[in-house]
Design a protein around this ligand. Sequence first.
Ligand code: ZN
Length: 319
Amino acid sequence: MKKNSIYMLILLLLLVNVGCSADRNNIKDQASVIKIGYLPITHAAPLFVQKQQLEQSHPEYNIELIKFGTWPDLMDALNTGRIDGASVLIQLAMKAMEKGIDLSAVALGHEDGNVLIADREIETIQEMKDQSIAIPHIYSTQHLLVAELLRLEDMEYDDIDIVELPPAEMPVALSEGRISGYVVAEPFGALGVKLGIGDVLTSSEELWPNSYCCVLVLRDDFITSNMELSETFVTDYVKAGVRANEKDDRLYNALLEYVKVEESTLDLSLEWITFDDLYMEKEAYNDIYHQVLELNLMQTPPTYDEFVNRALMDRTKIR
Ligand code: ZN
């Protein structure tokens, strides 16, 4: 009788366990899907780490990462609500808000991480006078960095021809002599160096320490309908950023899956970037705010309080 009771108890425990895992699966099946847009760049690393390594531990959500080839395509999807959020150039998000799209910045993408690559014969920015330098978009920190460099070197904005090019085209354009240099999201800077096409002339860290470049934004309608979910999502994103900053196998695995670039290129690329503090400071945002006004890129850019969702941004301080 006693033996039978033990069998019954084991059977019961097994059933309970099966029930629990079935419940867990059901919950995951019913998890909300958060659609996030990205470009395959090193700058979006926290998102890749979160998707690959942290999403599974949360029954509440699944991330659907949607890849775009160009920033305008990504912004079109974001502005029309085909995606819930994106890792995007901060100035593009500011411009969308200026046009009336209801978005909010909820965390940074990274800090630093931009280099100016120049033809190997060129040693100073003065030597690039009357030549072309490529940026990914006029609404980008890369554009602001070029303008800042010209200002620091007492050169006029028009002394250099600033042209837009898709990031992947830049190393090729430099090798063919169509441009004399470029500034763009990684890993394309590191790629130019590794291929022997160009050298680093200067970096964002030298020119403008802690400059903001990419930002994680969510649509306001998504946040309003899913506040708790948004909090969980941002908290995990920040954990992923801390993990990414360790720059160990976990980051490499995520980048090799989503960016598809050689490991030796990533080694160099990752020397220039950090991911462990993704809180957007008001003062640093205001530097960008004033520069976009100065360059006439916007007339009424969003103020810090308009741009940032404070409740979610504050989650980035929780480790
Ligand atoms: Zn960036």
